[in-house]
Write a protein that binds this ligand. Sequence first.
Ligand SMILES: Nc1ncnc2c1ncn2[C@@H]1O[C@H](COP(=O)(O)OP(=O)(O)OP(=O)(O)O)[C@@H](O)[C@H]1O
Length: 226
Amino acid sequence: MPKSQPLIELREVTKSYDSPEGRTTPLKEVSAVIPPESVIALMGPSGTGKSTLFRLLNRLEDPDHGSITYKGKPLSEWDPILLRREVHYVFQSAVLFPKTVADNLNYPLKLQGKSMSEEEMARLLERVGLSKSYLTRSIEKLSGGEKQRVHLARSLSLNPHVLLLDEPTASLDPESTERIEQEMRCYREKGHTVLWITHQPEQARRIADQVWHLESGHLRQEEMKR
Ligand SMILES: Nc1ncnc2c1ncn2[C@@H]1O[C@H](COP(=O)(O)OP(=O)(O)OP(=O)(O)O)[C@@H](O)[C@H]1O
């Protein structure tokens, strides 16, 4: 789609939750545009609504007021399954099942009646900084950071148009972090868009075209110079 058109647009989006402690409103009339082929870093203190925004973009929840469009069409008019194939949420805790890495990588394509060759799986692992030897490793014996990378590799196998990443490098060492950052820059260059929750301002500066600061329900956008 043309770069001048918004890929995703939020118009006066409000989301509240009621609990015994009272009402929380993580998003108060938030308006913003996500351009195609961009990396947006989403920052803000814990509990400010970053995951809430991801849940809305993935239609796991709907806004109380306001609207969100993807490719010009309101999210409410998208089939949620189709939408989630295009706008893919990579949760912070890896949702993997206790078999081998290869079984986990193959799983989403298997659901679509397809499969991946060993070489394709090895290339996916390489993109997240893991060697081919991991294919036969059992998920239960991997470290938290290794699981997180297998999870990301599995998401990449679906080639989603938009990736929603919740602290994808939280358990990684600097070298592995750099590998993922580089991979996501390439992903944008291939025409994709990435929203990336991070608590590290230096990482936001390294990866993002825009940094979104979410605080007390409001969004402040900071344009990065490239
Ligand atoms: N289903 C729910 N019911 C009640 N309150 C909720 C619900 N989901 C989220 N909240 C509240 O909404 C606020 C925003 O939560 P959210 O998970 O979006 O924060 P976050 O910025 O992603 O936090 P973190 O950085 O800790 O992951 C928090 O105060 C949270 O307690």
